[in-house]
Design a protein. Structure first.
Length: 222
């Protein structure tokens, strides 16, 4: 009996060491997130919803900013979210800790500017091979949106759900609350919440595959 208890204790200790609580450290001096893609992909909405959820729902200091391309649709668009436990004096990313890229051109340009110890999450259609000093993982955001909703439009909600369960930079309740606040009473609420749920499931599936951000596993999608 004594040997069995000892063996079980060792197994639990090992499991505890492998558990990853999230991409954000308990204390954050400055953590920079940049979301990039094309006009019409909901990049700005993603940045605003993520910033609101982290600030209001999770209670951290957040600064959010955005830049639009010259074209209303198809032009380069980015949104920055800066998180800190201190005052944030500059609201834009200097060198991102986390990059989310949804188009090939945005990935190719911005991936090289991510911190070496940072992480890049790119849509599967955006990254044919890794670029830059940080590890890149690819996720089928747009493909999942097409499969589940027959349109790429809710892909941005799938991204937000994925970020919640995969990186844990924002809690599920907080991001869900932010989406409900923005779309409450509109005909788009159900689709956006359903897409968010798809993102939650996708993030958990990547964790089960062993693709964890703290391990910086092999670059592209399993």
């Amino acid at each position: 009996m004594q040997d069995k208890r000892k063996k079980r204790k060792t197994k639990n200790t090992k499991a505890k060491k492998e558990e990853f609580p999230g991409l954000l450290p308990p204390k954050v001096d400055r953590f920079e997130i940049r979301i990039v893609g094309a006009g019409g992909q909901g990049i700005i909405s993603m940045g605003m919803l993520l910033g609101e959820a982290i600030a209001i729902g999770d209670g951290r200091n957040v600064a959010q900013s955005q830049h639009y391309g010259p074209e209303a649709r198809g032009g380069a668009t980015l949104a920055d979210v800066v998180i800190s436990d201190k005052e944030i004096y500059f609201p834009e990313c200097l060198k991102p800790d986390l990059l989310i890229a949804l188009t090939p051109s945005s990935y190719e340009y911005y991936a090289q500017h991510v911190k070496p110890e940072g992480l890049v999450i790119a849509d599967s259609s955006a990254a044919e091979s890794p670029i830059g000093p940080a590890v890149t993982i690819t996720v089928p955001f747009i493909e999942t949106s097409m499969d589940k909703f027959s349109t790429p439009i809710p892909a941005n909600m799938i991204v937000l759900g994925f970020l919640s369960t995969y990186t844990r930079i924002v809690s599920k309740n907080s991001i869900k609350g932010a989406v409900e606040d923005k779309f409450g009473g509109s005909k788009y609420l159900k689709t956006n919440l359903d897409a968010l749920e798809e993102g939650f499931k996708l993030g958990l599936s990547y964790r089960k595959k062993g693709i964890l951000p703290h391990k910086h596993e092999a670059a592209l999608e399993l």
